[in-house]
Design a protein around this ligand. Structure first.
Ligand SMILES: Cc1cc2nc3c(=O)[nH]c(=O)nc-3n(C[C@H](O)[C@H](O)[C@H](O)COP(=O)(O)OP(=O)(O)OC[C@H]3O[C@@H](n4cnc5c(N)ncnc54)[C@H](O)[C@@H]3O)c2cc1C
Length: 402
């Protein structure tokens, strides 16, 4: 049995940040178990057709927290990154408009604009109807029947490949919030108007490397404490052991709770809650074709198209060509000749009952010295900068308590 003070499961941004915080604080008794041969998790990149491709999908750094900026740039310095103002679009088949939809209706033909404005004026949020609790009902309530029909419902059906009634509405502050007044004004003024900018309004991407580079550098800084190719399959909460082979005074779990073959030591409610955690899988496919757009990425609601998003690599990674697509695994043809990367765990799903389920899991595990951290440990749609921030905060707290 190999024993350490901190046993960290997973070498994605969460595990790597936590490990480096320990090292920076002079702590050496820690071990990171990573099932893959390389660090980086969903943020990994691979050289494809002469340039980097982000194998976990389009990854951009949109970071405002100065502490996170300093931490990330201490591994890949600021001058190694290029800053972009986001250009993203929605391809409706008959027209391509800028994102977000509600701010750019003015780019559609006039008769379409009128139909949209009428539909939004009748949307529940503008007529005083109560906010629904399921995502499928929230969409027309917030955006009107026409955006729901033309964009949001088909797009989200493609992206999630599940009954949208199962998804809750408590996470929707992540989406842009454009008022009806701003939509009207943008149609009159023929320019996009919104009070708060959408996520990734501006972002960084490494000049010469894919997004994966920064995490490789982070892993290298703690290379003596890394064990690659070790999948944590059995977790014992009472003993704080993994695979009957590794023990931690504390275990930091960044791996999906539902990915273990067995977890021992939970109550009946713990195992019932595990069954409620849902995730979706994403396939990334490389296409070597040229595209005539300045968009960084475009959303495709058309259910006739396999993918839901295209990322135009040459528009954010200088000297590269081609583009890649993102497709839910349930819709993806893996044998169509394109180079593919399958991410089994891509999105934790914000199901209606998820919050209670993950809260119970985290509370029980915590009492036994096992802490959930990151996108999978906390089952939240955290972007990498938020994951880094959470890991920094947790490490500081644990170091202070030690
Ligand atoms: C399509 C897509 C686009 C995204 N775009 C952005 C973006 O533009 N900007 C942004 O900041 N974020 C983005 N994200 C989110 C980003 O990927 C996550 O915030 C980040 O990867 C979370 O880090 P993590 O360490 O918590 O999880 P992960 O990156 O998933 O890392 C978990 C690690 O644990 C390992 N592991 C899993 N199970 C085990 C096990 N049993 N034993 C040992 N090791 C295990 C995995 O191999 C992996 O290395 C995007 C995510 C997706 C899916």
């Amino acid at each position: 049995m190999e024993s350490v003070k901190y046993l960290i499961i997973g070498a994605g941004p969460a595990g790597l940040t936590f490990a480096n915080m320990l090292k920076n604080a002079g702590e050496d008794s820690f071990l990171v178990l990573e099932s893959e041969a390389e660090a980086g998790g969903l943020c990994r990149s691979k050289e494809v057709d002469g340039a980097p491709l982000d194998t976990g999908g389009g990854h951009f750094l949109d970071v405002r927290d100065p502490e996170v900026v300093d931490f990330v740039f201490s591994f890949l310095p600021a001058d190694e990154w290029e800053r972009f103002d986001r250009i993203s679009r929605i391809d409706l088949g008959y027209a391509v408009i800028d994102y977000p939809f509600e701010s750019n209706i003015w780019q559609l033909p006039e008769d379409e604009q009128v139909e949209h404005l009428l539909a939004i004026s009748r949307a529940g949020c503008n007529t005083g109807a109560q906010k629904p609790i399921s995502f499928s009902e929230w969409i027309p309530w917030k955006l009107g029947e026409k955006i729901a029909k033309d964009y949001m419902l088909p797009y989200n059906k493609k992206m999630w490949c599940m009954d949208l009634d199962e998804i809750g509405t408590y996470w929707l502050e992540k989406l842009p919030d454009v008022s009806f007044k701003d939509t009207l004004l943008s149609c009159i003024r023929h320019s996009s108007i919104y009070e708060s900018l959408p996520g990734h309004a501006s972002f960084y991407y490494p000049k010469k490397h894919g997004y994966g580079r920064v995490w490789l550098d982070m892993a290298d800084a703690v290379k003596d404490n890394m064990a690659y190719g070790v999948r944590a399959s059995e977790l014992d909460l009472d003993e704080r052991t993994v695979n009957g082979q590794y023990r931690g005074e504390r275990i930091i779990n960044t791996a999906p709770w539902t990915g273990y073959d067995s977890i021992k030591g939970g109550t009946g409610d713990f195992y019932e809650s595990l069954k409620k955690l849902k995730h979706t899988s994403v396939v990334i496919k490389y296409h070597d074709e040229k595209s005539e757009t300045d968009s960084h990425w475009t959303y495709f609601p058309d259910e006739g198209k396999e993918y839901h998003r295209i990322l135009y690599r040459s528009n954010f990674c200088r000297g590269s060509k081609g583009f890649w697509t993102e497709t839910n695994l349930k819709r993806a043809d893996l044998d169509d000749g394109h180079e593919c990367f399958v991410n089994e765990y891509a999105y934790p799903v914000n199901t209606v009952d998820k919050r209670e389920a993950i809260a119970l899991i985290l509370e029980e595990a915590e009492k036994k010295g096992v802490t959930g951290l990151g996108r999978w440990g906390q089952w939240e749609h955290f972007n990498s900068d938020v994951t880094v921030k959470r890991a920094m905060m947790l490490a500081k707290k644990m170091i202070a308590q030690a």
